[in-house]
Write a new protein. Structure first.
Length: 206
């Protein structure tokens, strides 16, 4: 199936992103407790350990049933992305397009690994540093693991003017969401594909 140069590039792209994503998550999970933060460059770049059970960037979706639906949806989405990746390699799309789709696959896979397995292989992180492969089992059943986030860039902080509608006087932070390497791979690859690979997207959709 993967016997040419573009196949090798796609595999390497996916493996590198997955390795960095999972290594950073495991390091955070096994060295920090939930809610702990470490300043990397002043206060504007922090490693801030959070977990979420929903979409990227900490968004949530519909409780436990929503979590199950989202995990299953992600599995099918990754299957579809892998199918697209195989198709564009076979049909000799550009290497740049292959890399973009491979990065999107890797980002989606990075978060689904958390959802599928982290609840099984880690103890909880509330008020403690998690243990890997704890006696007695993990903190959640299969499919119900939580995604580990840690990258936080509160670049600008302040307060809305008092006259500002709805949020007058309230604090604002830019950039507020906390995310991970997989989220970054998804976001960057989507923007890259939409901005620079539109002709290949149009060809694919024909």
């Amino acid at each position: 199936m993967f016997k040419n140069k573009k196949s090798a590039i796609a595999i390497i792209t996916i493996l590198v992103i997955l390795l960095i994503d999972q290594l950073t998550k495991i390091l955070v999970k096994t060295n920090m407790h939930l809610g702990e933060s470490i300043n990397v460059f002043g206060s504007w770049f922090q490693i801030c350990f959070t977990e979420n059970s929903g979409f990227a960037f900490g968004m949530k979706f519909g409780g436990e049933w929503g979590k199950l639906f989202l995990t299953i949806f992600r599995i099918f989405a990754i299957g579809a992305l892998v199918w697209v990746l195989i198709k564009i390699i076979r049909q000799q799309y550009s290497t740049a397009f292959v890399i973009g789709i491979a990065a999107l696959c890797a980002g989606a896979a990075g978060n689904i690994i958390d959802c599928l397995f982290y609840g099984q292989i880690f103890s909880d992180s509330y008020g403690q540093v998690a243990t890997m492969f704890p006696e007695g089992g993990g903190y959640a059943p299969l499919l119900y693991g939580r995604v580990v986030d840690m990258l936080y860039f509160p670049l600008i902080t302040g307060h809305f003017p008092s006259w500002f509608p709805f949020w007058g006087g309230e604090e604002f932070i830019f950039f507020r969401p906390i995310f991970n390497i997989a989220d970054s791979a998804i976001t960057v690859s989507i923007f890259y594909l939409l901005l620079f690979q539109r002709k290949h997207i149009k060809r694919l959709l024909k």
